[in-house]
Structure formats: C-alpha cells, structure tokens
Design a protein around this ligand. Structure first.
Ligand code: GDD
Ligand code: MG
Length: 358
C-alpha cells in the first residue's frame, strides 16, 4: 500500500525553529514530526511513502530519508514540484508513484497533524462504506481556520465540505488524513489546485465521500501555541498507551518525557507536560513546565521555562525566565537573569515580533 505526505509548506508559523530545520523534521515528543506519521503508515501496512515537496530539499532532509528508510524498512521517495501545486496538484504529479496494478486505495496526509492515526480502522471504514474517498474528521471549538465537514449522521456520508467557512456550518473539521481510490486522480488536473476547495466538494456532491470521526486527541501543530497544546495531548496519550516511556521520580510532576542521555541536577521541579531531548543538561534548582527542551540544550541553575520551546543547542542562564509561548531558535544564548515573555528569539537574540511568526 502507498501513501503521500504533503510537505510543501514553508513552516513560517513555526519560525524561528524552521529557520534551522525543515518543518517536517522539527522535533515533537523527541522525534521528527514526520516520523510519527511514517511510523503510523508503516504500522498500517504501507510500504512506500512519497513526500510531496515544492522546493529544493536541503541535505538534512535527504539524510533523514536515507536513515529512516533503513531503520523502518520502508521506501521513501520525493515528488518535487517546480512551482507550488497546492494540496491536490501534487497528487496528479505523483500519479505514477501512487497507482499500481493492485488498484488499492492510498493514504494522503497533511504533514503537520498529530493524533492517534487509526489508519487500519480507516481502511475498514473505507471498505465498509464502499467510498471513493474517506476523510478523517475531528471536533474543535473554533472550526473557522479549518475545512468544515457536514455529514449525514446515520451513514457518515459527507453532504458538504466547506474550506475555512466565513459562517458557522458545523464543528466537525477535516483532520488532514485521507484514504483515496485511484479514481480520485482522474478528477485532478496537473496544475495548482486545492483538494479541499475543488475536489472534495465535487466528490461529496456525487455522494461518494465519507467521514470517519477520529476518537481521541488531534492537533495541527504548525504554530507554537498549538504545538505546546499538542504536546500535552500527546504525552497524555503516551501515559495511557505506554506509560513506561515517561519519567518518574520525586522531582517529576505529571507527564514528562526525558531522553536517557539527558542529565538532570538536584532539586529541580519538572512537569507537567515537559519533553527533554538528547544530551540536555538541566542544572540544579531548575523549574520546567509545559515546555519542550530540544537536543543539546543547557539550562543553568534556577532558571524557569514555562509554556515555551527551547531550540537545539541553546543555553538559558542562571535565574533566567523564558515564559508564555516564547520560542527560542537554534543556538540562542539567554543571559543570566534575563526574561523572555512571549514571541520568538533568533540566533543573534533579536526578538521577532509574535505577529510575524504566528
Ligand atoms: N507539496 C505541496 N505543495 N504541499 C503543500 C502545498 C503545495 O503547494 N501547499 C500546502 N501544502 C501542504 C502543507 O505542507 C500541509 O502539510 C498541507 O499541505 C496543508 O496545508 P496547510 O497550509 O497546513 O493548510 P491548513 O492547515 O491551513 O489547512 C489544512 O489542514 C487542516 C487541518 O490541519 C486543510 O486541509 C484543512 O481542510 C484542514 O482542516
Ligand atoms: Mg496546517
């Protein structure tokens, strides 16, 4: 079985992390975002994943692919656009890679979504309904920034699909995970085109589009606040599924994930909802809550990080405070007792205004 992941975005809303790393490789729960998806696809029986990209891939991406093709025993290839083709055009471009003689359906995933993927259940759902296309949906409080799906309750058939609606039409939204029959490709022209605006409404009008409600958590983690919320949800689900992966101890509160190579000093208070990456050094008396501390970071004595992300190889000085949705990029050095309160900080420590990065 094949799958395509749409990785064409520039990740501007996750700057400054995406100044140093392509968004799909930004760590989430101590592994590259896209790895969560590739592992879920592999577990559902996918043997080949096509990454649909719209710009030249940096070496770091190529190396990642080489590494994980071996580790996961899965084929990963690129399909590169010469100009952005939107969310449907890339499928037409990758047509030959997606269709084989078996005529099986294939998965399509947005690259910035974290959830319990339940892809095997989706295959069952797709077959049972004899659907041409199935989409995963989830309920959210503010549907306006998503694609909203109205279904017939009894049959799960989609009656209408409205991308980023101006008026309230419902609170079930497109979760960015699709299972499509090869015939869907006959509906897509090789040009810039949107699957949400041009393809799904058409299939819905022909009564061949079905929506499976995703139980459990879901989050689009493409912006800092949602990334931190998504991390809390992810750690909660880890607690339910494999709690032995989470840290324990007198200084740990709630769900905390610590890489085994990280070193934590005396008298720290860590948690809830914290991820500490490989090679991190957390000095004594540090307070961490609701935050991500990425690979190679050094947090010095009595510093406090709250609801924030500390990028790779950064250092945070003694008694410093990094709070309230602050994102430090790679290699940022916060001086002793300095305070960062919301916004983004890049390498040379110039602050980037929140409205630019959100
Ligand atoms: N290859 C390629 N080329 N990929 C692209 C392009 C392109 O030109 N444009 C966007 N993408 C990729 C993005 O990288 C992302 O993985 C996916 O397509 C969706 O684009 P976003 O920019 O993240 O869209 P969104 O978050 O505003 O809305 C989408 O996701 C929501 C769920 O998170 C829509 O699918 C909504 O309907 C959905 O609710
Ligand atoms: Mg998105």
């Amino acid at each position: 079985m094949k799958a395509l992941i749409l990785v064409g975005g520039f990740g501007t809303r996750l700057r400054p992390l995406t100044f140093s790393m392509p968004k799909p490789l930004v760590d989430f729960g101590n592994k590259p975002m896209i790895l969560h998806q590739i592992e879920a696809l592999k577990a559902a029986g996918v043997t080949e994943v096509v990454l649909a990209i719209n710009h030249q891939q940096p070496d770091v991406m190529l190396n990642f692919v080489k590494d994980y093709e071996k580790k996961l025993e899965i084929k990963i290839t690129f399909s590169q656009e010469t100009e952005p083709l939107g969310t449907a055009g890339p499928l037409a471009l990758a047509r030959d890679k997606l269709v084989d003689e078996t005529g099986q359906p294939f998965f399509v995933l947005n690259s910035d979504v974290i959830c319990e993927y339940l892809l095997l259940e989706m295959i069952e759902f797709h077959k049972t309904n004899n659907a041409e296309a199935s989409i995963m949906v989830t309920k959210v409080d503010d549907p306006s920034k998503y694609g909203v799906v109205v279904t017939e309750e009894a049959t799960a058939r989609v009656e209408s699909f409205v991308e980023k609606p101006k008026h309230f039409v419902g609170n079930k939204i497109n979760a960015g995970i699709y299972l499509l029959n090869p015939s869907v490709l006959d509906r897509i022209e090789l040009r810039r085109t949107s699957i949400e605006k041009e393809i799904f409404p058409k299939i819905a009008s022909e009564k061949k589009l079905y929506a499976m409600v995703l139980p459990g958590f879901w989050m689009d983690i493409g912006q800092p606040k949602d990334y931190i919320t998504g991390q809390r949800m992810y750690l909660n689900s880890l607690r339910e599924k494999s709690s032995q992966e989470l840290a324990t101890g007198d200084n740990i509160i709630g769900n905390v994930l610590v890489d085994e190579s990280a070193v934590i000093g005396e008298g720290c208070l860590i948690g809830p909802d914290v991820v500490i990456g490989p090679g991190c050094v957390i000095d004594s008396g540090v307070r961490l809550l609701g935050c991500t501390v990425m690979r190679g970071v050094w947090i010095k004595e009595h510093a406090c990080i709250s609801n924030s992300i500390v990028g790779w190889d950064s250092t945070v000085g003694r008694w410093a405070r990094v709070v309230n949705i602050t994102v430090l990029g790679k290699d940022v050095h916060v001086a002793d007792a300095e305070v960062y309160n919301s916004g983004a900080v890049i390498e040379d420590q110039a602050s980037v205004k929140p409205e630019i990065v959100m």
